[in-house]
Design a protein around this ligand. Structure first.
Ligand SMILES: [Fe+2]
Length: 383
């Protein structure tokens, strides 16, 4: 029987730790066209020993922290890891009930419920540890509270424009583990998440074939049905455990953690074209992928796409499908280490996704990309 819901409404924000806040500000504002909506006030910076700024587009909110001196949370995280997701913040409808349920189910509290007031209302929150490496979860109940977070100040010229690419919300978070079972059990028994119905995610035959090239992985998606919050979870797959991209992430991140975050857009072709024009770099897609795409769409039974394949190919956008008229488009940005040409920026990356009736995660693209790489290697070998 499923556990009682702890009342998650959605993901309120992600907290992310960086060494260079100005570099990340340029990425969010100048590249992605997020709006800077707030920052840490002087007292918070002094007490927390970190400088923070918040960036929003649609419902996606990122709070970025850079250490000031030593000893703060961002400093402690960055002493162990490259840059990455430090905290996932969830809105809950009843903070006392969420706390009580988590307490009963074995949640480990970093803080008790902390309560704040401002001239608009109240904010209550608490944090717990997780099996997601050094990423913590925070639960927050906001009742008219105006500030972004306690101790924050509004950005001086908070423009209301921005978000020209139409980012809507965080679609899912994907995390990598050396072994994911503890996290899956914790998500189920402590948080009350369930296995997403669409988990026949990577079939074993694909995983084994990818293994031959050293990139094996296995995935399970867990979700919170009332809110729709989804966590995809990966672990390396035998026999080439060490060469698996999941193990490589673990080495680079120096532990388990969040690998990527997917943001939804309503029009991916124009968004990607615009982002490329601003200098955003994406993972490349082999030409053979598009050569094989028409036949693949037939075998998926998807039917006609509303975007011309030529435009998808021009922008290197990937397609997956689930049946008649049900498909999704997705693309992955280069990882942060690649975007900033700085290894300590880490292996984390962003995904951009446009859904058209397909609630999966693009599992078919693992096979399609693998086969197109094989095809390219054969062609090059023959040439
Ligand atoms: Fe994803």
């Amino acid at each position: 029987m499923a556990s009682a819901s702890i009342g998650i409404q959605g993901i309120e924000a992600l907290h992310y730790y960086v060494r260079d806040l100005d570099r990340t500000r340029r990425f969010f504002v100048d590249k992605l066209d997020f709006v800077e909506v707030g920052a840490s006030g002087p007292q918070l910076e002094h007490e927390g020993r970190q400088r923070s700024a918040a960036f929003r587009a649609g419902d996606a909110l990122f709070v970025i922290h850079q250490p000031v001196g030593e000893g703060g949370r961002a400093w402690r995280y960055l002493r162990k890891h490259p840059e990455g997701v430090g905290t996932v913040v969830f809105d809950v409808d009843n903070i006392d009930r969420a706390f009580a349920l988590l307490d009963e189910r074995g949640g480990t509290f970093i803080t008790d419920i902390q309560r704040f007031t401002d001239d608009g209302g109240t904010l209550a929150m608490f944090s717990i540890t997780t099996p997601f490496g050094d990423t913590t979860f925070r639960f927050m109940q906001r009742r008219g509270y105006r500030s972004l977070f306690p101790g924050s100040v509004a950005a001086p010229a908070a423009a209301q424009a921005g978000n020209r690419f139409g980012f809507e919300r965080i679609d899912h978070l994907t995390s990598n583990f050396q072994t994911m079972k503890p996290a899956l059990l914790w998500l189920e028994h402590v948080l009350g998440f369930e296995r997403f119905w669409h988990v026949e995610f990577h079939t074993d035959d694909v995983a084994r074939r990818i293994d031959a090239q050293g990139s094996g992985l296995r995935s399970v998606v867990m979700w919170d049905p009332p809110s729709g919050v989804k966590f995809a979870n990966n672990e390396p797959y035998r026999p080439n455990f060490k060469a698996s991209q999941i193990n490589v992430f673990h080495e680079e991140h120096r532990g388990d953690g969040v690998q990527h975050i997917a943001l939804t857009v309503p029009h991916i072709v124009s968004a990607v074209r615009g982002l490329r024009a601003r200098g955003v770099e994406f993972m490349p897609t082999p030409k053979a992928y598009y050569d094989a795409l028409p036949a693949r769409l037939v075998s998926l039974g998807v039917g006609a796409l509303h975007e011309p394949v030529a435009e998808l190919e021009e922008n290197q956008i990937l397609v997956d499908g689930d049946g008649p008229g049900r498909y999704l488009f997705q693309i992955f940005l280069k990882d942060s280490a690649g975007l900033y040409a700085a290894p300590e920026a880490g292996p984390f990356f962003y995904e951009i996704i446009q859904r058209h009736g397909d609630s999966g995660f693009g599992a078919g693209n693992f096979r399609a990309l693998f086969e197109s790489i094989e095809q390219s290697q054969r062609t090059e070998g023959a040439g």
